[in-house]
Design a protein around this ligand. Structure first.
Ligand code: GUN
Length: 291
C-alpha cells in the first residue's frame, strides 16, 4: 500500500509556486493577491479559510480575509463581491461555502467575475471545464488529478467510481476523469444517494473517489484488492479525548480499506492540503493573466 501523501506533495507544489512567484516579483510584477470572503463563523469554514490565507504567505502572495456577519443581507454580500470584482489589486477571490440559508448560493457564485473566480465555480468556468478548455479548475478535483499524476497512478482505461454528485467535487471529478488528459481517459461511473446496489459497482472500481460526506462509509467489503482510493470526506466527530473536542474522519474506513488498496489518501493530510495548493496555483494563473 502506498500512501498518497497530500501534505508533502502540497508542500512541494507550494514551494514550486513560491519560486515562480519570486521570479515574477523580481521582474517587477506585483505579488499575486487572493481574497477570501467568509460569512459567519462556522468552525470548519474558519479553519479552512485561515489555512488558505496562511498558505498565501508561504507562497509569497498577498491575501485579504473579508469576514462578514452571519446576518449579512444577500444584497450587501453581492456588493462586497462587486468591490472585489472591480478592485485592481485583487487577482482572484473565493466565497467560502456553505453560506447561510437566507442567501442564494447560485446567485452569489454567478456574481463573481469569471476572470477572478479561482474556485472555478462560475457557470462560465464550469462550462469551459466541461469542454476541456483552459480555465480555473475547481481546487479539490484539480488537487486529486495532481496527486494521481505525481504518484503516476495509471488512470487510462481504468474504471473510476465517484461517490457523490456535488457541484464542488463529485460532478466535476467525473467529467475531468473521463476527459483526454494525463490523469484521465478513464471509464467513469458517478453514483449518489439514489444509486441501487452501490457495492456491486464499487467492487468493479479500479479507482474510487469517495465524496459523499458520510464518515467511514466506504468499508473493505465494498472494494476489490489493488484498488486506488481517494477520500474527499472530512467530518468533525465529537471526541472527548482530543484537546479541541473532535477528531477528523474521512468517508473511508481507512484501517480496513487501506489493507486492500494499492494507493490511498489519508484524512487528514490527503486531499485537503492539495485543495489549498491548487487554489494558489489558480491564483498565480490569474495574476499572470493580468500582466
Ligand atoms: N467549501 C468546501 N470546499 C470549498 C471550496 O473548495 N471552495 C469554497 N469556496 N468553499 C468550499
Amino acid at each position: 500500500m502506498i500512501l498518497l501523501d497530500g501534505k508533502s506533495t502540497s508542500n512541494q507544489i507550494k514551494e514550486e509556486i513560491a519560486v515562480e512567484t519570486k521570479q515574477l516579483v523580481d521582474k517587477g510584477m506585483r505579488a499575486p493577491h487572493l481574497a477570501a470572503i467568509l460569512v459567519g463563523s462556522n468552525g470548519a469554514s474558519l479553519t479552512y479559510v485561515n489555512a488558505k490565507v496562511k498558505a498565501c504567505a508561504k507562497a509569497g502572495f498577498e491575501s485579504t480575509l473579508v469576514n462578514l456577519s452571519e446576518e449579512i443581507s444577500e444584497e450587501k454580500l453581492l456588493q462586497e463581491i462587486e468591490n472585489l470584482n472591480t478592485n485592481p489589486e485583487i487577482d482572484g477571490f473565493i466565497v467560502q461555502l456553505p453560506l447561510p440559508k437566507h442567501i442564494d448560493e447560485q446567485k452569489v457564485l454567478m456574481a463573481v467575475n469569471p476572470d477572478k473566480d479561482v474556485d472555478g465555480f462560475h457557470p462560465t468556468n464550469v462550462g469551459k471545464m466541461a469542454l476541456n478548455l483552459p480555465t480555473f479548475l475547481p481546487a479539490t478535483p484539480f488537487g486529486i488529478l495532481e496527486l494521481l499524476e505525481r504518484y503516476k497512478v495509471e488512470t487510462s482505461g481504468k474504471h473510476v467510481v465517484v461517490i457523490g454528485r456535488s457541484h464542488i467535487v463529485g460532478s466535476p471529478m467525473s467529467i475531468l476523469m473521463s476527459q483526454k488528459r494525463t490523469a484521465g481517459n478513464s471509464t467513469v461511473t458517478i453514483t449518489h444517494s439514489r444509486t441501487k446496489n452501490l457495492k456491486e459497482i464499487t467492487l468493479q472500481a479500479d479507482i474510487i473517489v469517495a465524496a459523499l460526506g458520510i464518515p467511514e462509509f466506504l468499508t473493505a467489503d465494498m472494494v476489490k484488492e489493488g484498488v486506488t482510493v481517494i477520500d474527499v470526506g472530512i467530518t468533525r466527530i465529537a471526541d472527548d479525548t482530543k484537546k479541541n473536542g473532535f477528531r477528523l474522519a474521512g468517508d473511508v474506513h481507512f484501517e480496513s480499506v487501506s489493507k486492500k488498496s494499492n494507493f490511498i489518501t489519508p484524512v487528514p493530510g490527503g486531499v485537503g492540503p492539495m485543495t489549498i495548493a491548487m487554489l494558489l496555483k489558480n491564483t498565480l494563473l490569474a495574476a499572470k493573466r493580468r500582466s
